[in-house]
Design a binder for this molecule. Structure first.
Ligand SMILES: Cc1cc2nc3c(=O)[nH]c(=O)nc-3n(C[C@H](O)[C@H](O)[C@H](O)COP(=O)(O)O)c2cc1C
Length: 352
C-alpha cells in the first residue's frame, strides 16, 4: 500500500501522495493534538506571524509555531504584543511560543494564547540573545532548572492545551545537561520537547550535532522534535532515523522556500515553481502581511524576504538591492513582477 499524507491543508486536486514508507508522512500526537505529519515550522522571531505560519501550513507543514511573544507584554496589555497572539481561522495546528521568567506571567500569557486559539503553548528556553537572557528568560532558564520547572508547572496548571518546551542543549557546552533538563520538564508536565543541540553560547556556529538529540529522545517518553540544520528531505529522514525523534523542525531552510515543507513531508521532489510562480507566492504572502501589519510595517517585513526568495533565482544582486530601497510595497511587488517578466495572475490562479 502506498503511504499517503493523512490530512493536509490546500486544494484536494494537488493532494500529494508520499513516497512509500516515507517516515515523515505519518501523523503524530502531542498531548491530545493530532499533527498530520512530522514536519513542523520552527518558531522564528520577527518572522513567524500568522501569514508566515499559514503559508507554511498551506505548503504542507503539519504544525507551525509562532514567533516568541513576551509574557510581560501580554500582562501589560501591550497592543503589539497582543497582536502577535492572533491566529488565522485557516491555520491548522499552531503553537504560540512565549518567553519570560515569571511563572505567573507565563501562566497568564498561556491562558491568553489558549483563548486566541492556540492548539499548544510553547516555552522559549533557547533564545541566546542578551536582551532576553538578562531578564532570566530564553536560554538562561537552562541555568536555573528549578525556576524553569516552576514555569512549566504553572503553565500546565493554567491551560487545557499541551505545554511544550523549546530548548537548546545548555547555556554553554561545558554546563549543558540536556537529559536532566528534559526529564525535569517532562516531570513538570511538558507534553513535548523541541530540541536544538547547539548550546546558547554557540549561537549558530558549527553544525547541530543530533547525537545530543538522540540522548534526549532516549531519556523521555514525550515526543521530541529535532531542530537544527535540517534543510533537505534526506537530512530530515537521517535525523529521524539517527535520533528516533517524533518530528523535525524547519527554521532557516524554509526562509524563501515554503515548498520545502511538502517535499519533506512526502519525500517527493520539491514543487518550487519558476521565478514568476515564486513572485506570485511572495505577492500572496505580502497580501496577508499587509492585513496583519498595515502597509508600512508590511513593506519593511517583506524586505527581509526578498533576498531569501531570490537566492538562486536569475535576478541580479543590484536588482535585489534596489528592491530593498523601495518605500512602497506595491511598487516593490510591481518591480518583482517586472523582474520575473510576469503579469499578475488572477487571484483564482494563485497558489492557495
Ligand atoms: C531569525 C531566527 C529567529 C528565531 N527565533 C526563534 C524564536 O523566536 N524562538 C525559538 O525558540 N527559536 C528561534 N530561532 C531558532 C529556530 O527555531 C531554530 O531552532 C534554529 O534556527 C535551528 O534550526 P534551523 O537550522 O532549521 O534554522 C530563531 C532562529 C532564527 C534564524
Amino acid at each position: 500500500m502506498r503511504g499517503v499524507v493523512a490530512e493536509r491543508v490546500g486544494p484536494p486536486e494537488d493532494a500529494p501522495e508520499a513516497v512509500e514508507g516515507w517516515p515523515l508522512a505519518r501523523p503524530f500526537t502531542i498531548g491530545d493534538v493530532v499533527i498530520s505529519n512530522r514536519v513542523v515550522q520552527a518558531p522564528l522571531a520577527g518572522i513567524a506571524n500568522w501569514p508566515f505560519r499559514l503559508q507554511a501550513q498551506r505548503h504542507g507543514a503539519g504544525m507551525a509555531v509562532s514567533e516568541m511573544v513576551a509574557s510581560m507584554g501580554v500582562r501589560h496589555g501591550n497592543r503589539r504584543t497582543l497582536d502577535m497572539l492572533a491566529i488565522d481561522p485557516r491555520e491548522t495546528v499552531t503553537g504560540i511560543q512565549l518567553f519570560g521568567s515569571d511563572p505567573s506571567a507565563m501562566a497568564e500569557a498561556a491562558v491568553a494564547a489558549q483563548e486566541a486559539g492556540a492548539r499548544m503553548v510553547d516555552i522559549n528556553m533557547g533564545c541566546p540573545v542578551a536582551k532576553v537572557c538578562k531578564t532570566g528568560a530564553g536560554s538562561s532558564l537552562l541555568a536555573d532548572l528549578p525556576l524553569a520547572e516552576r514555569i512549566v508547572a504553572a503553565m500546565t496548571a493554567a491551560v487545557r492545551i499541551p505545554v511544550t518546551v523549546k530548548m537548546r542543549r545548555g547555556v554553554t557546552p561545558a554546563d549543558a545537561r540536556p537529559v536532566e533538563a528534559a526529564r525535569r520538564f517532562e516531570a513538570a508536565g511538558a507534553a513535548a520537547i523541541a530540541f536544538h543541540p547547539r548550546a546558547a553560547a554557540e549561537e549558530y556556529r558549527g553544525v547541530a550535532d543530533h547525537a545530543f538529540t538522540a540522548d534526549v529522545v532516549a531519556a523521555v517518553a514525550i515526543p521530541v522534535m529535532a531542530s537544527g540544520d535540517i534543510i533537505t528531505a534526506r537530512r530530515a529522514r537521517e535525523v529521524m532515523e539517527q535520533t528516533g525523534c517524533a518530528a523535525v523542525m524547519i527554521g532557516r531552510g524554509a526562509l524563501g522556500n515554503p515548498w520545502i515543507f511538502r517535499a519533506m513531508a512526502t519525500g517527493l521532489p520539491s514543487t518550487r515553481p519558476d521565478l514568476p510562480g515564486v513572485v506570485e507566492e511572495i505577492a500572496a504572502f505580502a497580501d496577508d502581511a499587509r492585513r496583519v501589519l498595515g502597509d508600512r510595517r508590511a513593506m519593511h517585513f517583506m524586505r527581509k524576504f526578498y533576498p531569501w526568495y531570490l537566492a538562486g533565482e536569475p535576478v541580479a544582486q543590484a536588482d535585489v538591492a534596489a528592491l530593498m530601497t523601495l518605500e512602497d510595497l506595491d511598487e516593490a511587488l510591481g518591480r518583482l513582477r517586472d523582474l520575473a517578466g510576469s503579469r499578475p495572475l488572477a487571484s483564482a490562479d494563485r497558489l492557495n
